[in-house]
Design a protein around this ligand. Structure first.
Ligand SMILES: NC(=O)c1ccc[n+]([C@@H]2O[C@H](COP(=O)([O-])OP(=O)(O)OC[C@H]3O[C@@H](n4cnc5c(N)ncnc54)[C@H](OP(=O)(O)O)[C@@H]3O)[C@@H](O)[C@H]2O)c1
Length: 235
């Protein structure tokens, strides 16, 4: 399968690419800004599975225009079977103190970037005839969940991408492009340590990645337009 995972330089995205790579049957484009870490990821994958095909692309997803990114992707893919919008940005601060520029950057990475990427890659996804978009949201953006001080803009951006999932599933139904959203609970990563210093999450990134990969490969047989909580506990 042809797969794109964003936010692949560390944490959940890194482990997700590794998990796809282990089977050796996929071609995986790994996107994030830090090319050194993406190259390490590629090397890690080759160690685990010499036939794995991981293509690192360094790109800032908060760019306004994806034409240059698309040109690179086009050299590898004409079809796209799985898109995992995993890249995320979190700055903790009380709502009243929030710097407006930071608030916009949170929405840029967590909402506009996945929306722009989906729009740009739609022709590739339609070519697949059975594509699956998986948007990675958070329990903070899940209706009715417990909320946390300092995460207002982050949680609101995650609620926005969850809602977009429902809208796009309807719009892309006739093109056989499924769109689902996983609202993750706490996973031990750099982002979690920044948001909740000292908190020990019940899951490691490698464990959550296993679930994301399984869902990306099989979930669209059973779900479309769904926002699914994946949480042992909140946060
Ligand atoms: N960990 C948790 O407990 C938890 C809970 C709920 C939801 N989530 C969600 O799960 C996803 C992964 O989280 P994580 O904990 O693995 O986070 P993480 O360790 O902070 O990793 C975030 C990833 O996003 C990339 N990224 C950030 N800004 C970017 C930009 N402008 N352009 C391109 N890439 C960018 C980073 O790469 P570069 O710095 O190299 O660009 C990095 O690879 C996120 O969407 C997060 O909101 C996590």
């Amino acid at each position: 399968m042809n797969i794109i995972v964003t936010g692949a330089s560390r944490g959940i995205g890194y482990e997700t690419v590794k998990n796809f790579a282990i089977s050796g049957n996929h071609k995986i484009i790994a996107v994030s800004r830090n090319i050194n870490k993406l190259n390490l990821l590629k090397a890690d994958c080759i160690k685990l599975q010499p036939n794995s095909e991981v293509i690192p692309i360094s790109y800032d997803l908060s760019n306004e225009n994806y034409n240059d990114l698309l040109k690179i992707i086009e050299t590898y893919f004409t079809t796209l079977d799985i898109l995992i919008n995993n890249a995320g940005y979190l700055v903790p601060a009380d709502f009243i103190d929030f710097d407006e520029k930071e608030a916009k950057q949170i929405f840029e990475v967590n909402f506009f970037a996945p929306a722009r990427l989906i729009k740009s890659l739609l022709p590739f996804l339609i070519n697949s005839k059975n594509a699956h978009i998986v948007n990675i949201s958070s329990m903070g953006g899940f209706q009715g969940s417990q909320k946390f001080k300092g995460l207002s803009y982050y949680s609101a951006s995650k609620a926005a991408i969850a809602n977009l999932t429902e809208c796009l599933a309807l719009e892309f139904k006739d093109d056989n492009v499924s769109v689902n959203c996983l609202a993750l609970g706490a996973v031990q990563t750099e982002m979690l340590a920044q948001a909740f210093p000292g908190y020990k999450a019940p899951l490691q990134a490698i464990e959550m990645a296993e679930n994301i990969v399984d869902f990306a490969l099989n979930g669209n047989k059973y779900y479309n337009g769904k926002i699914l909580p994946v949480s042992l506990s909140t946060p």
